[in-house]
Design a protein around this ligand. Structure first.
Ligand SMILES: [Zn+2]
Length: 307
């Protein structure tokens, strides 16, 4: 029975019909919260066809198969990516998650593999929960930046491909032009990314009048959309998905090119105009200045950190 269930789930999860939660075998009952541990191979929670976010969230809050920490992270993604989360199941002790892709299919991604990882492993092979391993700090209050503390720098490509496009041509077809502080830039229209950039740009444009010191940072841009790996790695940059913008590169600073500098140093981070950082954060962007592997000109739309 377990094998049958698993096959049905995996087939369905890659198709268009939704998770197999509603498609249990005849006479088989779905797992009921509080009625003992469900079979580890059973499809556990799935959005029904046409079910809205509020109803799905009530179900998510009612099931007890996800440990509290995982459920908390699940809610962050559910709030930050409306209409996208389709379900969860546990297979062989691994929590898997389904998200609706641009094509209306449902992805099958690893949400929590249960493995303790080193920094390098988290960077190279994260599960979706790992991407929120470091929580995004509000202020730059510490005296030195913690080693390898990189909130927002872990990314799961399978997830981003689902939301924003799976190839260069697919992402290119999702772009809209945004007026940003006197520049026309292309940004991904999905999940309100372009809207968020436009709103940030409008606020920054108004701020330029009040705070002349921020003008040089916005006078030139490094760019938004380029399908490319991160320097020195095989992993795709957030620019591949057109969800990141680089402000003036002359006023940036990138850890890889400054190997003699101390990545924990706070001075360069504090020197970057806080007003710019605040506006981006307000609209769901993380700043590369809050990474140990810093990238000061880089702002990336990652609403799950602010959900
Ligand atoms: Zn960048």
């Amino acid at each position: 029975m377990k094998v049958v269930n698993r096959r049905r789930f995996l087939t369905t999860s890659l198709g268009t019909a939704g998770f197999a939660f509603g498609g249990l075998a005849q006479g088989e009952k779905p797992a009921v919260p509080g009625k003992g541990a469900p079979s580890p191979d059973r499809p556990l929670l799935a959005r029904q066809p046409g079910e809205d976010d509020a109803s799905f969230e009530r179900k998510l809050l009612a099931v007890d198969f996800l440990p509290p920490a995982q459920r908390k992270l699940a809610l962050l993604f559910h709030h930050a990516y409306p209409g996208k989360l389709e379900g969860f199941q546990i297979l062989d002790g691994v929590t898997r998650v389904g998200f609706r892709t641009l094509h209306g299919e449902i992805s099958d991604l690893i949400f929590e593999d249960g493995k303790a990882k080193t920094f390098e492993q988290r960077e190279e092979t994260p599960d979706l929960a790992d991407t929120l391993h470091d929580s995004y700090p509000d202020r730059l209050s510490q005296d030195s930046w913690p080693e390898n503390f990189d909130p927002g720098r872990y990314r799961l490509d399978g997830f981003l491909k689902c939301i924003y496009g799976a190839s260069e041509s697919e992402v290119a077809a999702q772009l809209v032009t945004v007026d940003f502080c006197g520049h026309k830039v292309r940004f991904n229209k999905n999940n309100q990314a372009a809207d968020a950039l436009k709103a940030a740009g409008t606020e920054l444009e108004a701020l330029k009048g009040k705070i002349p010191a921020i003008r040089p940072y916005l006078a030139e841009l490094g760019g938004t959309f380029t399908w490319r790996p991160i320097a020195g790695t095989q992993r795709l940059s957030a620019h591949s998905y057109a969800i990141a913008i680089d402000l003036n590169p002359e006023l940036g600073g990138y850890w890889r090119w400054e190997k003699n500098g101390n990545p924990s140093d706070m001075v360069r981070r504090r020197k970057y105009p806080e007003e710019i950082v605040r506006v981006f954060e307000k609209h769901g962007f993380v700043w590369g200045g809050k990474w140990y592997h810093f990238d000061l000109m880089h702002f990336e739309y990652r609403p799950e950190f602010f959900a």
